[in-house]
Design a protein around this ligand. Structure first.
Ligand code: SAM
Length: 228
């Protein structure tokens, strides 16, 4: 950790963090299942935004994006279908209460299947399995809405993982990449190492060996730019 507990500035496409948080203050809630590593958001806003820029997170969860952005003097708006705290506004990521082309950066760490029960709201996309084509149809609407609110020339970053369940593999990251590519110009893909997930236990490693499958070791961070 360098510069007053700030994370290291990443220069490669492999990001591996030992913990969810950095520094002495919380960024989001590391008890929230599916919380984003705060390091990821910190690094993205260093590269793609400057002080005073507006960052939007349409699926804000426990508010990691809000905390990191405020500390780094970015303006920020966080939405979620079920807000976890008062500074998160209730909205559906497919229909944001925002004008066209107002955001300087959009960050989304979306559900990547129905593996985590975030809430029982009927519009929670995380209640739809990635094995159901509807899952990607709904995320397509989220991408379209993010494209609408983003200014031309600005960037979006999307964090997502694959699913391997009961011998069925769904390449969720690749599917998401091809949806994003319909609207945006690809910039890069970063591999974010996963830690502390519930399957990182001896029994799961034993099962992976015995039943010949791999446990998920990383997530994709897909970075794209709005050209038109
Ligand atoms: C992986 S979590 C986000 C984690 C967050 N970045 C954090 O650090 O805490 C995904 C979030 O998407 C939200 N979500 C699911 N469907 C939604 C929708 N239609 N509109 C807005 N948010 C939605 C869930 O409620 C959940 O909080």
């Amino acid at each position: 950790m360098k510069n007053n507990n700030k994370p290291p500035f990443e220069t490669t496409t492999l990001w591996d963090y030992p913990t969810q948080n950095y520094g002495n203050r919380p960024h989001g809630d590391n008890k929230y299942r599916g919380v984003t590593p705060a390091f990821v958001i910190w690094n993205l806003i260093q590269r793609y935004t400057k002080e005073g820029d507006l960052v939007v997170d349409p699926m804000c969860g426990s508010g990691t994006t809000i905390d990191v952005c405020k500390e780094e003097k970015r303006r920020v708006l966080g939405f979620d279908i079920v807000p976890y705290r008062k500074d998160i506004k209730q909205a559906d990521a497919r229909r944001l209460p925002l004008n066209d082309e107002i955001a300087d950066f959009v960050f989304i760490d979306s559900p990547y299947s129905d593996n985590i029960r975030y809430n029982d709201h009927p519009d929670n996309i995380g209640n739809v399995s990635c094995e159901n084509p509807r899952f990607f149809e709904e995320l397509d609407k989220v991408v379209k809405e993010a494209h609408r609110i983003l200014k031309k020339g600005k960037h979006i970053a999307w964090l997502i993982g694959d699913q391997a369940k009961k011998k069925k593999f769904v390449p969720v990251g690749f599917k998401m990449y091809s949806i994003l590519e319909k609207y945006f110009k690809p910039v890069d893909i970063v591999c974010v190492a996963r830690h502390n997930q519930t399957s990182n236990t001896p029994i799961w490693h034993q099962r992976a060996k015995k039943c010949n499958f791999y446990l998920r070791g990383f997530k994709y961070l897909i970075i794209m730019q709005k050209i038109k």
